[in-house]
Design a protein around this ligand. Sequence first.
Ligand SMILES: NC(=O)c1ccc[n+]([C@@H]2O[C@H](COP(=O)([O-])OP(=O)(O)OC[C@H]3O[C@@H](n4cnc5c(N)ncnc54)[C@H](O)[C@@H]3O)[C@@H](O)[C@H]2O)c1
Length: 286
Amino acid sequence: MGRVQDKVVFITGAARGQGRAHAVRLAAEGADIVAVDLCGDIATNGYPLASEADLDETVREVEKLGRRVVARKADVRDPAALKAAVAEGVAGLGRLDAVVAQAGIAPLGPRTAQAFLDAVTVDFNGVVHAVEAALPHLPDGASIVATGSIAALTPASVDNPANGPGGLGYSFAKRQVAAFVHDLATVLLARRIRVNAVHPTNVDTDMLNNDLMYRSFRPDLENPTREDALSSFPATTGFGIPYVEAKDVSDMVLFLVSDESRYVTGMQMRVDAGGYVRRRPQLPAF
Ligand SMILES: NC(=O)c1ccc[n+]([C@@H]2O[C@H](COP(=O)([O-])OP(=O)(O)OC[C@H]3O[C@@H](n4cnc5c(N)ncnc54)[C@H](O)[C@@H]3O)[C@@H](O)[C@H]2O)c1
């Protein structure tokens, strides 16, 4: 028996990065997956998002583990598209036990209000839409997980004015994710539906590994490379490491989806190698 045997989990942003890692980790522990991704780009986001081929690869990796997957191309900014994807997932897989709302962008490039708005509509509204789509299908005792960021909890990180409106939007959205998780947990107490946030530090995915992020970590250089940025990445953690791996976040997601966390709700779970306590040593956890 796996730790999430025969549960069905809806994951947004599942084509690559952390989303794919969560799908594969959960499938390895017995879950079937409803996988959704935009599979396209967003103009203000200065690095490419996942492709249909990426989503196909997630499907292949889940099926290789002997589990079932319903994969759909859908934009988390579009509530109707998410509702349709979830409905098809439930029709195909028979039930829904958890949602992992984690599709995200970090549009640090353009100095436009649109970059702010895109960050908010994907990184915050997208979480609300995913929950809205899943809730009618979730039984009592289900699990809702939303991915925030250490940027939600520590000021002057991604929201540094040097990162422009998109960076401000990213931090704003992630703070709202943290607050939303808290409030939704209170609303769903009577049904014992657990609602928790996961806040990673740097994760070694495409969101970290792109020129805009390198520039954000090395504003002193005009065209910093990954090698240049690597020396600054550890500033975000407390352990002196540059980043965590996607699978480190998956382990937390697995715990929160599993019944091992049946009495855990309203939590802000940091997977940050001590980045928060290093930057906010005097403050209690949010
Ligand atoms: N990588 C990091 O350093 C880091 C740190 C803290 C938090 N996070 C958060 O982790 C989550 C996952 O990011 P990642 O690191 O795997 O990066 P990633 O860029 O590899 O993955 C993000 C995924 O979301 C998808 N996506 C983007 N916009 C979408 C939309 N409108 N609709 C549907 N899908 C969409 C992308 O196509 C991609 O597959 C995000 O919420 C991100 O903000 C990342």
